[in-house]
Design a protein around this ligand. Structure first.
Ligand code: NAP
Length: 270
């Protein structure tokens, strides 16, 4: 029997145990996935504990994706680039950190056939989820990405000429192909909130919300009303979980398994 889990602060609504149980079943692994609700002050003790317990891997969620990095022995290229990790592997008493949101975002675009080559994208928000999406877009031939922040002047410039930082006031004058919400605005329980209104949404063709709870956010509902292509974050959630399990097991998991898990989780969620 192998042991895995999720580190976070408040986890009672998490879908991760269900997703990982489905992955375990699909790959024939006898394993258990637990929720570890840890207080900020106990983060160091928790990570030290991982080194001596019989746990193979732990996912990390809000609010610890950045803070936990200082207790990790080795961080992957993606983790360093994004500045956040969501996956810890424990091997021979050493902790390794990875970021699989980058991959989850890419799997979601592939699954929904979203074309990014030579397109212009806007990302609302500037946290870890933004960086995962940003670097995937940059690595896959996006023409330009505008990051929209409430305080763009406070953000260190990206050393990349295809990235611009703008304010919400400047967003009004922009037109593009893909609008991505990487802020928590609209997430359960604040399901009536939307980070932007119809005046902004109408300037884009595809509207993506990284939020998965609710599956159709207020932002996506507005997009649907305006006849836009809309995508919620549920496939990304499944994709990042599958990638974490691939890292832990050192195997490659078939996309068909990922699609089946997405369908099953989606059915239960609705
Ligand atoms: P985060 O770091 O807490 O927030 C992201 C950014 O959103 C912040 O840096 C901030 O940027 C902006 N923001 C925060 N509160 C805001 C508010 N009230 N109004 C407007 N902007 C606000 O979170 P994160 O880890 O990047 O995650 C963001 C969202 O993505 C969450 O809803 C999370 O559930 C979702 N997510 C989904 C997946 C998935 O698998 N589907 C994976 C990761 C994350 P500025 O201060 O620069 O404006």
């Amino acid at each position: 029997m192998e042991f895995y889990g999720l580190l976070g602060e408040k986890l009672s609504h998490s879908l991760s145990p269900k997703i990982h149980d489905l992955i375990f079943k699909s790959i024939g692994l006898e394993a258990e996935y637990n929720l570890f609700e840890v207080k900020r002050n106990d983060l160091e003790k928790f990570t030290q504990g991982l080194k001596v317990l019989n746990i193979k891997g732990v996912n990390v969620t809000i609010p610890y994706k950045e803070e936990v990095m200082k207790y990790i022995d080795e961080i992957s290229y993606e983790g360093k680039r994004i500045g956040a990790i969501n996956t810890i592997s424990i091997i021979d008493g050493k902790l390794y950190g990875d970021n699989t949101d980058y991959y989850g975002f890419g799997y979601m675009l592939e699954y929904h056939n979203v074309e990014i080559n030579n397109k212009v994208a806007i990302i609302l928000g500037n946290g870890g989820a933004c960086k995962g999406a940003l670097y995937y877009l940059l690595d896959n031939m996006i023409e330009h990405v505008y990051i929209v922040s409430r305080n763009p002047e406070k953000i260190t410039e990206f050393n990349e000429k295809r990235v611009s930082l703008i304010s919400y006031d400047e967003l009004i004058y922009l037109k593009g192909d893909i609008l991505i919400n990487s802020t928590p605005v609209g997430m359960y329980p604040n399901i009536g909130d939307s980070p932007v209104g119809e005046d902004i949404i109408s300037n884009f063709n595809t509207i993506i919300d990284l939020i998965y709870n609710p599956e159709e956010t207020a932002l996506l509902a507005k997009g649907k009303y305006l006849d836009k292509v809309i995508l919620g974050g549920l496939y990304m959630l499944v994709g990042q979980a599958v990638k974490a399990q691939e890292i832990w097991q050192g195997i490659s998991i078939d996309k068909i398994i990922m699609n089946d898990i997405y369908s099953e989780i989606g059915r239960e969620f609705r």
